[in-house]
Design a protein around this ligand. Structure first.
Ligand SMILES: Nc1nc2c(c(=O)[nH]1)N[C@H]1C(S)=C(S)[C@@H](COP(=O)(O)O)O[C@H]1N2
Ligand SMILES: [Mo]
Length: 439
């Protein structure tokens, strides 16, 4: 399926010091529909048809991730409270990622933060009556707080924290893994405000045998079965006690978007975002590794030792993902930009490294043969992403790829190709690449 129309856009210039109005400058398709596995599920297409008031006739050839233009006819965004630039991967449950060129802000705006729902968000949320209960084998006695009490009785803290889905980058694994075919956009870093989980745990009183905390949220299972838990994951006590581990009600000074956990959620920066429970109603303090929904089985786990692509791996040989690996994104220019020969190309982006920090970012315009150091800012606080920028000169007319590679504080760099295959397609931290033409 070829789509030549966009290639006919006339030559546009990218000026080095110009903020890039990306949509005018694209010479190719931003994503080749042939390269994207996972066309929208039949059920999703049917549902979209209902919303659009008629079936999508050529649904079979509709590229994955395309949001039907009809959804925007009234100037409405397809997802409530979210930016129209998000790419919808699934609509039941809703999953949408952020294109790299929209992630250039130091604090990802709330409407640009990706959405990863495993179930159906609660529809009637009343912050006045919302409560959080802390219970489990390892609390002395359970305690319930209203949202008002959390806000009134504990110190507020704000941290910039990276949220990245463990499955970000999954689309590149081969053999493919089932699940949302995230490309690069299941990540963001925002200023989260709330109370420290630690302060609440201390207030409740935790026994010395505590091993893990787990969460429960108010979302419901896609099947409609009210007895089924959507997801209930968690973190070991060492992460729970960290100063940056928050029970948050604000993002960048605003209420949480409905799709991102309004009115209350956990935020564990640097860990798979599946630990950051949304629509938070309950925290359990366990005397063993939490065994909630999607803690057990193969979810959010990778093989203990490397395996060949496509290998069958038994559960006993899998381990729970903890800190996320070092990674970076080129947020400007947007892939597909054109540059006039003789001008230098300003490249910039973000880099992050799970529980660690990033000590170096390099860029390459020759497929990794040579690398040039980028100027790298420090993080706003521990577990925040870091901005970087570089200026490249591209010597002659033609096609280039710009690659970025980050190295963490312990000296581990991003791989240039897709790293270790794993059955569920987690932790792809391969270098991000964009295309640029010099004309
Ligand atoms: N209650 C609840 N919490 C949840 C989820 C969910 O489906 N339900 N999804 C988890 C997963 S897998 C991810 S990646 C993050 C996504 O957070 P976001 O949608 O705010 O970006 O939320 C996590 N917390
Ligand atoms: Mo996730």
């Amino acid at each position: 399926m070829k789509e030549p129309s966009q290639n006919k856009i006339g030559i546009q210039e990218l000026y080095a010091d110009d903020p890039i109005e990306a949509d005018r400058l694209v010479w190719g398709r931003e994503s080749d529909p042939n390269s994207r596995r996972g066309f929208l599920k039949k059920s999703a297409l049917l549902l979209m048809g209902t919303v659009l008031g008629g079936k999508i006739v050529h649904a079979a050839t509709m590229p994955a991730g395309l949001i039907p233009a009809g959804l925007f006819l009234n100037g409405e965004e397809s997802l409530p409270g979210k930016h129209p630039g998000l790419v919808l991967l699934n609509d039941r449950p809703i999953n949408a990622e952020t294109p790299a060129h929209l992630l250039g802000d130091l604090d990802t705006p709330a409407d640009l933060l990706f959405v990863r729902n495993n179930g159906i968000p609660p529809t009637k949320v009343n912050p006045q009556t919302w409560t959080l209960t802390v219970e489990g084998e390892s609390v002395h006695s359970p305690k319930t707080y209203t949202l008002q009490e959390l806000k009134a009785n504990f110190q507020h803290h704000t941290y910039r924290l990276v949220l990245e889905c463990g499955g970000n980058g999954r689309a590149e694994f081969n053999p493919p893994a089932t699940g949302n075919q995230w490309t690069t956009g299941a990540v963001g870093c925002a200023a989260w405000t709330g109370v420290r989980l630690k302060d609440i745990l201390l207030d409740v009183g935790i026994k010395s045998d505590a091993v893990y905390v787990g969460y429960y949220g108010a979302d419901t299972h896609v099947s409609g079965d009210p007895t089924k838990v959507v997801i209930s994951r968690g973190v070991p006590m060492s992460k729970a006690w960290e100063e940056e581990s928050l029970i948050a009600w604000e993002i960048n000074g605003e209420e949480l978007p409905a799709l991102n956990g309004y009115p209350l959620r956990l935020v564990f920066g640097g860990w798979p975002a599946s630990t950051s429970g949304k629509w938070l109603t309950k925290i359990v303090v366990r005397n063993k590794v939490h065994d909630g929904e999607k803690m057990t089985g193969m979810s959010y786990k990778v093989p203990k030792t490397p395996v060949a692509p496509g290998a069958e791996v038994g559960e006993e040989n899998m381990k729970i993902i903890e800190s996320m690996p070092v990674k970076s994104l080129i947020t400007s220019p947007k892939t597909g930009g054109m540059l006039r020969l003789g001008s230098s190309l300003a490249v910039s982006g973000k880099a992050w490294a799970g529980d660690l920090s990033v000590k170096r970012v390099e860029v390459s315009s020759d497929f990794g043969a040579t690398w040039q150091a980028a100027q790298l800012d420090g993080p706003a606080n521990r577990l925040a992403w870091q901005s970087w920028k570089a200026s490249l000169s591209l010597p002659e007319k033609g096609y280039y790829e710009i690659w970025a590679r980050a190295t963490d504080s312990e000296g581990t760099s991003q791989p240039m190709v897709v790293p270790g295959w794993n059955p569920r397609g987690y932790l792809n931290n391969a270098c991000h690449r964009i295309a640029v033409k010099v004309v």
